[in-house]
Ligand binder design. Structure first.
Ligand code: LAN
Length: 918
């Protein structure tokens, strides 16, 4: 046969090139270099792209961006190509060509194909049930008051009286407490305490608003004249703002109800119950207010939804049901009887979804054998492992962290065997006798109404293998589990300290709390547990539907930023000087780890490189949060919103001429830009809190059943546009700082925005309902990236919106758009107007079309603007309609500020930016 080299006449075997056609030393060095770079890229991934505030380079590795510098990347590329060519040299030309072609195609597919972040849809099985209530009006009692900032710290410290002090910035903290005086005088108009879910399950936050207005009046503030009927768009915005400014809190933030999900408060109540029903944890008054909440939201069929607008689900119902029982509502109470009938009608609690099962297991009213494994030893996998939990979306990761701890300990409420309520629940929740249940056989059971993301067979198999591991792991399991548990508790403590015990969200808050109690020897007096108690009020809100647990510790920074941008675009900033100054101060205090107070907390210590690597935390310093500085998790778009808020205000006279303006160094702006730059993904888009660290196939391992697309931090149209806006605003103010990177970032983002646009011109909205919201971001983003206003991408989206406008000029999709991934054309019929329009989606659609600045859209725009004008209430407020926010595809969340801020903004944009081009 001989060598091909002979045949081709290229010499005889003795001159055949060595394995690498180089000198052995150079070849070996290059090979080692490639392996090193490639290896680090792969293995360090979850912990390497964490950014850094302090410029640092190490062997060509840029720690700020978490990437190799351009020369290092070029060397890497050349070396790998060279190595590849040498390796392929001996092969048949056709094979060589095939390999090169496949590599090229793969590259093109990655760069130009559908990004992994493209949400699928429309879904095959749209939601086919509607929620229904019995139509009764419930009146809540007066007496709850909200306090913010330092005063809120004082009240909590006095109420809880455990000697511990709250840490971190007080700005933005909101807490509700019961006040005898308020109970006696209360609101003048008692109807603000009324709630009727059949009319609208969304409370309109009347208690809070009423109090703010009373405070405003008491300080001599002017209330908009009810008889004034503004005749122009600008005056409507002005009146809207005159109303809205009354709601601003003393520390400058805009507050509001951030409730919606029904599955959160039951978690808190369960933990309160297990840890000994401490009065300072949930007082009697709060418990009653919570019971009120559950009662008014119960539906006709006896169940509760996953959130306020959802038809009943087993997830919502089992949790609200046990919550009522733990709060002391007896078994034969009519609401409980009805709730039980619903659960039994769905074949019992064995069919509720996994997150509800988790609480049942903790309480000892379900056996851990009936729960799929969440092994703590997963944390011990090496970082390079393709499915390391450090790569999960932070919310998913931070929830499964305490879950892994509690599951791995098989923790059960110690009194479960003797407690009369838990013993009774074992009978109430199931259709069969508790002791006769074969738990292991029920691990995968879930009612279809809960099963938004059915687990594929792969996940079932994985879970079945884990079930064997649980049973047969023996000493090996115990060894690794021991390390896993130790790491889990260390990680939770880090999270607690980094967030001043607020924690990233309401689910890990309560589970971390329980874990700290377990770790502290099941002692309520344990320091960590006591510090946790101080932060429980941060999550509670009171509205006319009672006391609820919010989806976050509020939406303070987010709402304040929108308020400021709306005022600025309507050019009203100088008309509302007090309001703008207060907001500026709020942003200043809220920038993460950037003020003296925030740097004095233990969180600052955790910002060090080593701990961030250990706990998979992206750089935080300089970012802005969604809520408060004390919460401390930066988010891409919230960083940008905070930055924009400050930069928008800087040029106004009210700020420029303000002698006591809080100091902002340039470095603080640089840090914010730094956070944003580090957060751009390889696909050009921006995710929420971190870079995307995993892969699309993780979704096949989503164990939650009820939620969709939660496994990794995808890039979103919303986060991408918002982040870009911050970078562009920054670039205008500081044109010399990292300008090349910013320009490159804009170009990359533009291509991402186009790739994620759907064929019909729309974008899918992941964080609010839905296509109108996303259209606003989509068009705004493209325009910002310099896309021509006539471009097909922009026009297609405008046409998409126009085709969904109702005759009365409004737009009105609702939560179902997000759930079904299909425009819910009659969305707002239930809670908006009779044609299905609503003010918030109308404002978003208008914001999008107005940004496309085209005279040909005039008729459509004016119809929309008149709609918003018509719908303004005499007070200057707008009505509360359907739920605006959403997360994880299947759960709605309230943003009461939206009904004010977006109409004001759209009207202002029309008056100031559109009329002039006509
Ligand atoms: C939020 C609230 C803010 C929201 C925006 C900034 C608006 C968005 O643009 C990015 C995503 C983000 C940060 C977001 C993510 C999911 C959150 C944190 C929430 C909707 C608030 C509540 C929700 C959280 C997951 C709820 C807790 C429930 C679990 C399933 C863990």
């Amino acid at each position: 046969e001989g060598f091909r080299y002979d045949v081709e006449g290229r010499g005889n075997p003795s001159d055949m090139p060595a394995f690498l056609p180089l000198s052995p030393t150079l070849g070996a060095a290059l090979f080692a270099g490639t392996v090193y770079v490639f290896g680090t890229l792969l293995s360090g991934y979850p912990s390497s792209r964490l950014g850094s505030v302090y410029p640092a380079r190490e062997l060509g590795y840029d720690k700020i961006r978490g990437e190799y510098s351009a020369p290092a990347a070029a060397i890497f590329l050349v070396t790998s190509l060279y190595t590849l060519v040498s390796l392929l040299e001996g092969l048949d030309v056709y094979i060589q060509a095939g390999i090169y072609a496949s590599i090229t195609l793969f590259g093109l597919w990655v760069k130009l194909g559908t990004p992994v972040s493209m949400p699928s849809g429309p879904r095959d099985h749209p939601m086919d049930r509607l929620p229904e209530w019995d139509g009764k009006t419930h009146r809540f009692h007066a007496g709850w008051r909200v306090e913010v900032d330092q005063e809120s710290h004082e009240i909590t410290e006095k109420e809880v009286a455990n000697g511990h002090k709250l840490t971190g910035e007080a700005a933005g903290r909101q807490m509700w407490y019961f006040d005898e005086k308020e109970a006696k005088c209360g609101p003048e108009d008692k109807s603000v305490l009324d709630f009727n879910a059949a009319k609208n399950p969304n409370a309109s936050d009347q208690i809070f608003r009423d109090q703010q207005i009373r405070k405003w009046k008491a300080k001599g503030g002017k209330v908009p004249d009810k008889s004034w009927k503004p005749a122009t768009a600008l005056d409507t915005a002005r009146k809207g703002m005159a109303f809205y400014q009354m709601l601003q809190c003393s520390d400058g933030h805009f507050a509001g109800d951030y409730g919606g999900p029904h599955f959160l408060m039951p978690g808190l109540i369960t933990v309160w119950y297990i840890t000994g029903k401490d009065e300072s944890f949930i007082s009697k008054g709060k418990r009653e207010a919570m019971i009120h909440y559950f009662r008014v939201h119960q539906q006709k069929d006896g169940g509760w939804g996953t959130h306020i607008e959802s038809p009943s689900t087993m997830f919502g119902t089992t949790l609200c049901y046990i919550a009522l029982r733990l709060l002391g509502v007896p078994k034969d109470d009519p609401a409980v009887v009805k709730g039980r009938a619903f659960i039994k009608g769905q074949k019992g609690a064995l069919y509720t979804s996994s997150w509800a099962k988790f609480y049942l297991c903790l309480l000892g009213v379900m056996h851990w054998e009936g729960h799929n494994s969440i092994p703590a030893e997963f944390w011990m996998l090496p970082d390079w492992f393709p499915f390391h939990p450090g790569r999960l979306w932070c919310h998913c990761r931070m929830v499964y962290l305490p879950m892994s701890y509690l599951y791995s300990l098989r923790f059960v409420y110690p009194e479960a065997e003797t407690d009369l309520v838990t013993l009774s629940l074992r009978e109430e929740l199931y259709c069969e006798a508790y002791d006769s249940i074969n738990w292991d056989a029920t691990r995968h059971w879930v009612a279809p109404m809960d099963n938004y993301s059915p687990k594929p067979w792969t996940m079932r198999v994985a879970q079945d293998i884990l079930a064997y591991w649980e049973r047969l792991g023996g000493p090996i399991l115990r060894l690794f589990r021991g390390y896993g548990l130790k790491f889990a508790i260390e990680y939770m403590k880090a999270e607690d300290l980094q967030t001043n015990y607020v924690d990233i969200g309401p689910v890990n808050k309560v589970l971390n709390m329980l874990s700290s109690w377990v770790d502290g020897g099941m002692d309520v007096k344990d320091d960590n547990f006591q510090k946790h108690i101080l932060r429980v009020p941060d999550y509670l809100w009171v509205a006319e539907d009672g006391m609820k647990m919010q989806g976050y510790n509020g939406s303070q920074c987010w709402d304040t930023s929108f308020a400021i941008q709306a005022i600025a675009e309507a050019k009203l900033a100088d008309e509302f000087p007090e309001c703008t100054r207060k907001a500026y101060r709020y942003f200043e205090r809220t920038q993460i780890l950037s003020t003296e107070v925030s740097r004095a907390t233990p969180a600052f210590k955790y910002e060090g490189e080593e701990s961030r690597r250990r706990f998979y935390r992206h750089v935080s310093e300089g970012g802005w949060p969604f809520s408060t500085s004390a919460h401390g998790w930066p988010i891409s778009d919230c960083t940008s919103e905070g930055l924009k808020g400050m930069l928008t205000l800087r040029p106004f006279d009210v700020i420029k001429k303000w002698k006591q303006a809080p100091p902002m160094t340039d470095q603080r702006y640089f840090n914010a830009a730094n956070v944003l730059l580090t957060l751009q993904n390889f696909d050009g888009g921006f995710a929420t809190y971190e870079n995307n660290r995993g892969y699309g196939w993780y979704e096949a391992l989503n164990p939650s059943e009820t939620f969709g697309d939660i496994m990794i931090d995808y890039s979103y149209v919303e986060c991408t546009t918002a982040s870009l806006q911050g970078l562009v605003a920054f670039h205008k103010m500081f044109p010399k700082h990292r300008s090349d990177e910013i320009k490159a970032s804009i170009a990359n983002a533009k291509s991402f925005l186009k790739r994620i646009q759907r064929d019909d011109g729309s974008w899918y909205g992941s964080w609010a309902c839905c296509f109108t919201y996303a259209a606003w971001f989509g068009i705004e983003g493209l325009v910002l990236c310099g896309e021509s206003l006539e471009s097909p991408s922009i026009r297609k989206c405008v046409e998409f919106l126009k085709s969904h406008q109702n005759d009365n000029g409004g737009w009105g999709e609702d939560f179902r758009s997000c759930y079904d991934k299909r425009y819910a054309i009659e969305g707002m019929k239930a809670y908006g107007d009779e044609q299905g329009s609503g003010v918030v989606p109308t404002a978003w659609a208008l914001m999008a079309i107005l940004k496309a600045k085209n005279p040909i859209d005039k008729v459509c725009i004016e119809k929309g603007i008149h709609y918003l004008m018509r719908r303004q209430l005499d007070s200057g407020d707008w009505p509360q309609e359907g739920i605006s926010g959403v997360f994880n595809r299947s759960c709605g969340i309230t943003y009461t500020a939206y009904r004010n801020v977006f109409p004001i903004w759209a009207l202002g944009r029309y008056a100031r930016e559109y009329i002039p081009i006509l």
